[in-house]
Design a protein around this ligand. Structure first.
Ligand SMILES: Nc1ncnc2c1ncn2[C@@H]1O[C@H](COP(=O)(O)OP(=O)(O)OP(=O)(O)O)[C@@H](O)[C@H]1O
Length: 257
């Protein structure tokens, strides 16, 4: 188990300030949604947390050590499912053990029994045990993303990050994927950070929220604090009619005061 401490994080790309002195702390086991419009810095934040992007200033600290490169205990789920279509759902899930075992083991398919059980267990967590032998390329977008989550779980992480994991999915599949992510994190006690641009979905599944606008931290709080004013700060004039017409209208209205 691990929390995430982000300390004065700044990332510049030439003249573009993607993250501007961002600091916050996520506690162990929290399910956090990162909100913000396109270009607000969500991907950059997640990439700094998993060590794929080097900050210009500041640092990310996990288990008392700064993150300077990708680590085994931090798994990432990407928007474009990044799975291998010609392989079965099971083989894709099993490839999550690659970091632990190396490429040779993976190519020679000499995984030990424990890895194989973990892959099946992860597929069960995302509701795909019966489809384990199906070719991933023949699965729906939502199922493919669930295979991506299973692969991340086989990495045996303490932290799971997901960058816009439902951006390319229809609303029903998006709900499914978010539900499985939440259940997986809950079941395994993972700290999770998920970037989303859909406010309704965020409100439905998020427990904790980080709001970014122009690379700056404009909100850090829990569901009850996510008021219309806060949403307006993050999204700069969202259409409230559209916001309230979503699937989670009831929960949303109840929590916004
Ligand atoms: N590799 C890069 N080189 C140059 N500029 C970049 C790079 N990555 C991101 N940026 C810029 O940094 C800013 C933040 O981008 P980022 O992708 O983090 O935002 P985002 O909120 O994830 O957006 P989206 O939802 O569209 O992915 C944007 O202005 C973007 O153009």
């Amino acid at each position: 188990m691990a929390g995430i401490r982000v300390e004065n994080l700044t990332k510049e790309y030439g003249d573009t300030v993607a993250l501007d002195n961002v600091s916050f702390e996520i506690h162990e086991g929290e399910f956090t949604v990162v909100l913000g419009i396109s270009g607000s810095g969500k991907s950059t934040l997640l990439r700094c947390i998993n060590g794929l992007t080097k900050p210009t200033e500041g640092q990310v600290v996990i288990q008392d050590g700064p993150v300077v490169a990708p680590r085994e205990e931090i798994a990432m789920v990407f928007q474009q499912h990044n799975i291998i279509g010609g392989m079965s759902a099971y083989s894709n899930a099993l490839s999550g053990a690659l970091g632990r075992n190396g490429l040779t083991t993976s190519l020679l398919r000499t995984h030990d029994r424990e890895d194989k059980l973990q892959a099946l267990d992860a597929l069960e967590t995302v509701g795909l045990l019966d489809e384990a032998e199906q070719r991933a390329g023949q699965m729906s977008g939502g199922q493919q993303q669930r295979v991506g989550i299973a692969r991340a779980l086989v990495q045996n992480p303490d932290i799971i990050l997901a960058d816009e994991p439902v951006a390319s999915l229809d609303p029903g599949s998006a709900q499914d994927v978010m539900r499985y992510l939440l259940e997986a994190a809950d079941e395994r006690g993972l700290t999770a950070m998920i970037s989303l641009h859909q406010v309704n979905l965020a409100r439905q599944f998020g427990q904790r929220f980080i709001g970014l606008a122009d690379g700056q931290l404009v909100f850090d709080g829990y569901r009850d604090d996510l008021t219309f004013d806060v949403i307006d700060d993050i999204y700069g004039g969202i259409d409230m009619e559209q916001f309230l017409s979503g699937d989670d209208t009831e929960t949303t209205t109840e929590a916004v005061r």
